[in-house]
Ligand binder design. Structure first.
Ligand code: FES
Ligand code: FES
Length: 210
């Protein structure tokens, strides 16, 4: 499959690994509910851990509090799609390899398929549905993806847009090579990569003004 890393100016694979490492570090920095840890930690007992029952979890999603009853092993991705009903965030691989599930937690990009929902409690979660302004005005990155034809089937697009916004805020959109490197964790089966790079270049100016 084509990727940003196909460009010879990009250090092959390094950006993807950095992105995954960053996402993993962000997830690791989040607090983990005691029961969720207990489910994974056999402690002193030799018996395998038993899953605990549903927990009440309150998530702040797009500035709205959502109280849910969740199995502690529920991923943030499944909580958003199956319990909150926000299906804009997509499930691609389900194990941290494609970036389709990217959301923001406290403004940082996170792979929601690799994050337990309980880890996000007390943090601000933003999904693709939360980007538009109160009057429905599109975020500059959404508008740029439209202007630059930066998608075909669109399945990867929510994750690409969430990642692209974070890429700009991180200061990793200074050049095409930087964009390709720091967006390399988001795969596109339709290979819209050149248009995505163009969209990020268009949006970054508007984002600085915003
Ligand atoms: S669905 Fe999360 S990285 Fe692929
Ligand atoms: S637009 Fe089809 S997977 Fe990216």
């Amino acid at each position: 499959m084509a990727s940003y890393d196909d460009d010879p100016t990009t250090r092959r694979g390094l950006g993807r690994r950095n992105f995954l490492r960053t996402a993993a570090a962000t997830g690791a920095a989040l607090p983990v509910a005691g029961k969720a840890l207990a489910a994974d930690d056999p402690g002193d007992s030799a018996a395998p851990p038993r899953p605990s029952g549903p927990e009440t979890v309150t998530l702040r999603v797009n500035n709205q509090l959502r109280t849910l009853s969740l199995d502690p092993r529920t991923t943030l991705l499944d909580a958003l799609r199956e319990h909150v009903g926000l299906t804009g965030t997509k499930k691609g691989c389900g194990h941290g390899q494609c970036g389709a599930c990217t959301v923001h937690v406290d403004g940082a990009r996170v792979l929601s398929c690799m994050t337990f929902a309980v880890m996000a409690e007390g943090h601000a979660i933003t999904t693709i549905e939360g980007l538009a302004g109160p009057g429905g005005a599109l975020h500059p990155m959404q508008q740029a993806f439209i202007d630059q034809d930066a998608f075909q089937c669109g399945y990867c697009t929510p994750g690409q847009i969430m990642s692209a916004i974070a890429c700009v805020h991180e200061g990793h959109a200074g050049s095409d090579a930087d964009i390709r490197e720091y967006m390399s964790g988001n795969l596109c089966r339709c290979a819209a990569y050149p248009n995505i790079v163009a969209a990020i270049n268009q949006a970054k100016a508007g984002m600085k003004e915003a």
